[in-house]
Design a protein around this ligand. Structure first.
Ligand code: PHE
Length: 337
């Protein structure tokens, strides 16, 4: 038998081994009891004395090479089999992660505002978005023929003439004052509706927070103190605040509240229209007519009320220039909060 031919055959055979069964077959063929090496060894005694030593050495080195080949192949196969286990079923591999969401910026700022008032002792109260005509208007001293109805115009429910979508959160003043007795300190977050054409600063639906306090001896200075605490908590301690006389049917006197422009610090810029001031809410002392409508004695009790637009506060705080961004559900916008 030609040792060289066998050696070549060994190389070819080992290349064809791709499994442990194949390797065992290979091992038996060459190293088994009736294998090639055994066969070669058995021919040694028949050789001439001169040939024996050299041939024996050749067979021996061939045997060592085979042992090394089998060992190597065993290692490669076991690594491969580990790898295939991992790729086909890897219990340690992370799954497809679900993106974690978070609260909408309007909800976040609503919570922030409510928690400021809650720390000042206010309770948080809810009211319905479908309201009676009485609570949205008449109870708030906006009589049917009064022109200020137009400022709070809204959507009416078709088949229920006296039901509408509330155009402000103020109707909850009427509800709360009918249901509870003073002292009252209440904030009301919620959606409101107005038939406005949608543009960068108008939406047919937006969010307000109403606040009011009723007790014996509540003064305008209490309103001022509470609102100053609120404005500084939201916009920072360095802002200035001013009350500007205004008209609301349900408060007397009434005022709109401005803060010094947070962009230009009051010097005048494009955001504040060169005025140096930004309007943040409407407020005033609760009108005696409102107390009369809800059955509270206006001689005994006084109170203040205010109402703010949540989107407006968020827009000022974060420098957002279009109210529509809040409602388009665009993650590129929402993810920034
Ligand atoms: N309801 C008023 C509005 O929507 C805001 C307001 C509330 C003003 C309470 C004064 C007192 O514009």
């Amino acid at each position: 038998m030609d040792i060289n031919a066998i050696s070549t055959q060994i190389d070819l055979d080992i290349q064809g081994v791709h499994s442990s069964e194949g390797l065992e077959e290979f091992r038996l063929k060459y190293l088994g009891r009736k294998g090639v090496i055994a066969e070669l060894t058995s021919t040694i005694p028949s050789l001439s004395k001169d040939e024996r030593a050299a041939f024996g050495q050749q067979v021996n080195s061939l045997k060592n090479r085979l042992l090394a080949l089998v060992e190597d192949k065993q290692k490669t196969l076991s690594v491969q089999s580990e790898n295939t286990t991992y790729t086909s079923f890897d219990i340690g591999m992370p799954g497809i992660a679900q993106g974690l969401g978070h609260l909408h910026p309007v909800t976040q700022i609503t919570d922030e505002i409510c928690s400021i008032f809650s720390r000042l002792g206010f309770s948080i109260v809810d009211g319905p978005e479908i309201e009676t005509e009485y609570n949205n208007f008449t109870g708030l001293n906006i009589p049917l023929e009064h022109p200020s109805r137009e400022a709070f115009d809204t959507f009416y429910l078709k088949d229920y003439a006296k039901l509408l979508l509330r155009s402000h959160t103020s109707p909850v003043q009427v509800r709360a004052m009918q249901e509870r007795k003073p002292p009252l300190a209440i904030v009301v977050p919620g959606r409101v509706y107005r038939p406005d054409a949608v543009d960068a600063s108008h939406s047919f639906m937006f969010h307000q927070i109403e606040g009011f306090m009723v007790d014996a001896g509540i003064k305008f200075s209490d309103l001022k103190g509470v609102l100053e605490k609120f404005a500084k908590a939201i916009f920072g301690n360095t802002i200035n605040m001013r009350f500007r006389p205004h008209f609301f049917p349900f408060t007397e006197p009434s005022a709109e509240v401005d803060i010094s422009c947070i962009i230009c610090k009051g010097k005048g810029c494009s955001v504040c229209g060169r005025k140096g001031w930004l309007e943040i809410l409407g407020s005033g002392m609760i009108h005696p007519h409102v107390f009369k409508h809800v059955g509270i004695d206006a001689k005994k009790y006084t109170g203040f009320a205010f109402g703010l637009g949540v989107e407006r506060i968020a827009m000022l705080k974060y420098g957002i220039n279009d109210i529509r961004l809040f409602f388009e559900n665009d993650l590129r916008f929402l993810k920034q909060f």
